[in-house]
Design a protein around this ligand. Structure first.
Ligand code: BMA
Length: 345
């Protein structure tokens, strides 16, 4: 399948190389990812060389997710306490061991100064309007993001390709870039402005991902309501969690992926599940009888489990040696079509 790249297709470009690799790997199976995997886990934090996924199955996740929230404020740590210097180091480690990295961003509300979950003040409209304080500060913020992305380099100075996934879950109303805080056209302008800015700064190492939250009644039109355009997106998928019943999750995820995969094919993009998990994984076989059952038949590149938060006891979505789902995760690991680091090297 010929796939459109938001960036000009140049084989020597690091983003093009990553896209080609994703397409190749998709034929072999579905990569398993984990957010914040190398920084902390269910019972530990900040140690080097550790990973809850690795401590359960003996292998690193194929995909690791990283988060930029608070980088815009020039903070040394992100909103979850992860030092940006350490993040740079772990992105490089993951890349050099053969893995794939994706980056999300929960930036501060530029109008109220509260966090990303403050939907008030109509900041998007203000960012887009010249001469506002928000318009000015936004350039500064994007500049900090650009600087960070440009600083992602291998030991011998080559740019590390990453999947950047800004402005996610816009179909919900809780973020300041969400459906209740701006019109779809404003959202699209915000998204394009972000990527145009990064391109103007010479960034050639990013693929871009578009990920609304799931919708039980998903349709192609609904999924594409905020879509910024083919020139701005390389991957598309959903953020969909299974915090209620497993049957409901399977039904919703399958329906969502029917739509996502159809739309992705039509627009020649790579389909993903950008975020998923079952909060604290109370069902000990959820990874195989919930997650895998739901996604295994779809042509998607990866699924990413959200973080095993050190700071929030109810934000635990991956496996961990002491969780009752550890055995089941090892069963998932052995599935021939579930891909971990050793499978994609
Ligand atoms: C959210 C939650 C928050 C976290 C944010 C950024 O989904 O996990 O606790 O601060 O992601 O990682």
């Amino acid at each position: 399948m010929a796939v459109c790249l938001a960036m000009p297709a140049d084989a020597s470009n690091p983003a093009s190389a990553l896209r080609k690799r994703l397409l190749k790997l998709e034929k072999r199976g579905i990569m398993i990812g984990h957010q914040d995997d190398p920084f902390y886990g269910t019972t530990w934090k900040w140690d080097r060389g550790r990973s809850d996924v690795k401590e359960v199955c003996g292998d690193w996740p194929a995909v690791m997710g990283f988060e930029l929230g608070n980088l815009e404020l020039d903070s040394a740590r992100n909103l979850d306490g992860v030092p940006f210097d350490r993040m740079r180091e772990e992105i490089r480690n993951q890349y050099e061991r053969g893995g794939i990295c994706t980056i999300s961003w929960h930036p501060t509300n530029p109008t109220t100064g509260k966090n990303a979950w403050d939907p008030s003040g109509r900041p998007v409209e203000k960012i887009l309007r010249p001469m506002t304080a928000e318009n000015e500060i936004f350039d500064l913020w994007l500049n900090r993001v650009a600087k960070f992305l440009l600083s992602l380099k291998t030991g011998d100075g080559k740019p590390i390709p990453v999947i950047f996934r800004p402005w996610h879950k816009m179909s919900g109303g809780w973020f300041w870039w969400g459906k209740d805080s701006c019109a779809p056209e404003e959202y699209q302008k915000l998204y394009r402005r972000t990527i145009d800015f990064l391109r103007q700064r010479g960034i050639e190492q990013c693929l871009y991902a578009y990920s609304p939250g799931g919708d039980p009644n998903e349709t192609a039109d609904n999924f594409m309501k905020f879509y910024p355009g083919d020139n701005y997106v390389d991957l598309m998928g959903c953020d969909l969690y299974g915090n209620e019943s497993k049957d409901k999750y399977i039904k919703e995820m399958r329906h969502e992926l029917e739509v996502v995969c159809k739309v992705a094919k039509k627009h020649k993009k790579i389909a993903i599940v950008a975020e998923t998990g079952s909060r604290n994984t109370p069902d000990p076989t959820w990874f195989t009888t919930g997650l895998w059952a739901a996604v295994k038949d779809f042509p998607i590149s990866y699924v990413m489990l959200w973080r095993n938060a050190w700071d929030q006891p109810t934000e635990n979505f991956g496996p961990a040696p002491e969780k009752p789902c550890a055995d089941d995760f090892r069963v998932l690991y052995k599935e021939p079509r579930s891909l971990f680091l050793k499978d994609i090297k």
